[in-house]
Design a protein around this ligand. Structure first.
Ligand code: ASP
Length: 329
């Protein structure tokens, strides 16, 4: 039988973790090949090409490495894969998904998955997630949907998904819009039509540094005051509520925004920044007048990815046009 080709890259994360000695914490040691052997059903559905591109906790992934993973994934499609799966740690999965989604210019699905329970733990979810990811990656109806995250029986759009629980099996959610699809009895179901995506060119620079600061009650301005001196190329602020900062931060932000892009997102975990509701010092209207940009529905981490990419392809002038209040883009 002529089975379709499916490509899988393993990068590490809890899915690949086990303890080397009893009583020690788990570390990434399990190869992609071994992960695949726990899911024999996949090899009946597709000719699977699997590679272990890394064995890392996802906290240690970096942009350069991820760009090389992306180019591997594109190569797999050129070589006939009808879908590609990347397995990685869940801690930074929402950021990787966003980075890839801005750059994935293929019709074929690129699916990210991971696990909340390590390979040796009772009820490990890695094999189930990998099998579901395979089903989604191989489904014709997954084409032209960009990058998606498959976890715990749900499918999430890259731009909407966030890790919203530290240890629970149901660790991922898409605030406001919910999952874009789900797996029922092994079948892929989508709940919405594919949404319009923003595609960016590959960055030709990767050395730009984007700082990210979160506001907090009665916070000092020490770190903020040093952003320019430290040579940052951009700043994202996880602001209060609808995108606000305290009065003491405003003059410093105004100074910084004259030199590098400053993006204000919300630290709340859900919802968009405001544009024209509040007028106090430190409000979104005040900050916008003083040169900052409001991130809309992009959470601070996703806003940082966008800024990094735009600076990397010298298109930061387009930043404002990418920050709209359309949650899907
Ligand atoms: N807890 C993480 C995970 O779910 C570890 C990591 O992100 O690598 O995989």
């Amino acid at each position: 039988m002529n089975l379709p080709k499916l490509a899988i890259a393993a990068l590490g994360g809890t899915m690949s973790m086990q303890a080397t000695h009893a009583g020690e914490g788990v570390i990434p040691t399990v190869s992609g090949e071994t992960l695949l052997s726990a899911v024999p059903e996949l090899s009946k559905m597709a000719r699977v090409a699997v590679e272990t591109l890394g064995l890392m906790p996802s906290a240690s992934l970096n942009f350069e490495f991820l760009l090389s993973v992306l180019s591997w994934a594109k190569c797999q499609v050129e070589q006939g894969a009808i879908g590609v799966i990347i397995t990685q740690g869940t801690d930074t999965l929402e950021e990787t998904a966003t980075l890839f989604d801005y750059l994935w210019d293929q019709d074929e699905p690129l699916i990210l998955t991971g696990a909340m329970r390590s390979a040796a733990q009772a009820g490990a979810d890695g094999p189930a997630n990998l099998l579901d990811a395979g089903r989604v990656a191989l489904a014709e109806k997954s084409r032209n949907r960009g990058v998606q995250v498959v976890m715990n029986g749900q499918i999430h759009q890259a731009k909407a998904v966030r890790k919203t629980d530290s240890l629970a099996l149901q660790a991922f959610s898409s605030p406001i819009v919910g999952p874009v699809g789900m797996l029922l009895e092994g079948t892929v179901h989508y709940l919405r039509e594919p949404s319009q995506r923003t595609l960016l060119p590959l960055p030709h620079m990767t050395t730009q540094n984007i700082a990210m600061l979160e506001v907090s009650l009665s916070a000092d301005t020490l770190m903020l005051e040093n952003i320019l001196e430290l040579g940052y190329d951009g700043l994202v602020i996880a602001g209060f509520g609808a995108g606000h900062v305290s009065e003491s931060w405003v003059a410093v932000i105004e100074k910084i925004a004259k030199v590098i892009p400053v993006l204000i997102a919300t630290r709340t975990g859900s919802g968009a920044t405001a544009r024209g509701s509040y007028g106090f010092i430190g409000s979104e209207m005040d900050l916008t007048r003083k040169g900052a940009l409001m991130a809309g529905f992009l959470c601070p981490r996703k806003a940082r990815i966008l800024l990094w990419l735009l600076i990397g392809c010298e298109r930061q002038g387009e930043l404002a046009s990418h920050l709209n209040n359309d949650i899907h883009r």
